[in-house]
Design a protein around this ligand. Structure first.
Ligand code: AMP
Ligand code: MG
Length: 329
């Protein structure tokens, strides 16, 4: 397949929308990561998404909408609390899980009777959805298991020749995938941590909001995450990654020594220390891809303190990238 490269001009977004309407796949920018989009109501488009990514078909897709009202046609019930969250946070990096109507095919939801829905803030994304006239199913536009794409070039590296088109939009400002909130129970629950924190959800609803306990550690057989994607090995760079937690100066010292020892043995090593959770979120996936492109054998990375929720969200990805290889300094 010859992948065509489009700009964010309205003329090009119209071309992309025609591809979506015809059942094809288009990668497009969002404020979180680049998405690989297809018509969420077309089972064959969803199947193509799984094929292009090499993604297991029980791992459901998020349906993207351009306005909150579009949610009504997809869910059996739009509870008051979900409405409040939509009003306060959409368009933005938050996905809500709600009970689905039959119109949403099982191919899109991985056989679940619920559907995950998000209204993204990125203008190009919303214009594409609007012109397509359908909700767009869009997982991250990477090969399954690789770090999520935060620039169109990352998408091209993974999916050129496998999808119809790539919109060459701006780099993603958020950098990690959306927060997923389960709204099917009495209390909201975070199924995947992201830039929208549980504190923010609590503040909007005046209710407690916890993390799904399965988020917290390596998946064990007795803890099945409610968000199926959380159980897969994710975000893995080719290089071996190791995290260093504790006092920043001390940790950086230990990292410098370890880097010198590894380099003395002939390995290529890169050390990374982010300034803040936002900095880490924006740059982590791109830095992991750059390390692979440079042929690094080891990535040594300073682990952010878990006290802030944003750090917690990024550390969720960093720990998976590192296969939970972390030392306390
Ligand atoms: P991605 O599209 O790569 O950001 O992954 C989407 C993730 O959303 C999946 O891996 C699931 O973990 C989660 N998800 C999608 N739909 C549902 C749902 N109906 N219930 C729970 N989690 C969902
Ligand atoms: Mg993904």
């Amino acid at each position: 397949m010859n992948t065509i490269y489009l700009t964010s001009s309205d003329e090009d977004i119209k071309k992309a929308a025609e591809i979506i309407k015809a059942g094809g796949l288009v990668a497009f920018p969002t404020e979180t990561v680049y998405g690989l989009g297809g018509n969420a109501l077309n089972p064959s488009a969803s199947k193509k998404i799984y094929e292009a990514k090499g993604r297991p078909s029980d791992n459901p897709l998020i349906a993207h909408i351009s306005k909150t009202e579009e949610l009504i046609s997809l869910v059996t019930d739009f509870p008051e609390n979900a409405r409040k969250l939509a009003t306060a946070i959409w368009p933005g990096p938050m996905t809500m899980v709600l009970h689905k109507k039959d119109i949403v095919p099982n191919e899109t939801t991985g056989g679940l009777n619920t559907v995950a829905i998000r209204c993204p803030a990125n203008e190009t994304a919303r214009r594409l959805i609007e012109l397509s006239g359908v909700p767009i199913a869009a997982p991250s536009a990477n090969t399954s298991g690789r770090p999520s794409p935060t620039r169109w070039q990352h998408v091209a590296n993974d999916l050129d020749g496998k999808i119809d088109a790539i919109i060459m939009g701006e780099p993603c400002i958020g950098g990690i995938e959306s927060t997923i909130v389960d709204m099917t129970e009495e209390l909201p629950m975070i199924l995947r941590p992201g830039l929208i924190t549980p504190e923010r959800v609590s503040e909007v609803l005046g209710l407690d909001c916890d993390y799904d306990p399965a988020i917290k550690g390596p998946a064990s057989p007795d803890m099945i995450p409610k968000a199926p994607g959380m159980k897969y090995k994710h975000y893995a760079p080719k290089a071996q990654m190791k995290l260093f937690a504790g006092d920043r100066e001390k940790a950086l010292d230990v990292m410098r020594k370890e880097q010198a020892e590894l380099e003395a043995k002939g390995f290529n090593v890169v050390s990374i220390a982010y300034e803040s959770g936002d900095d880490a979120a924006r740059n982590l996936f791109g830095d992991l891809r750059a390390a692979d492109a440079h042929g690094e054998d080891y990535i040594l990375c300073y682990a952010l303190s878990l006290e802030e929720s944003i750090n917690y969200s990024v550390m969720n990805r960093m720990l998976k990238s590192a296969g939970y290889n972390i030392v306390e300094v």
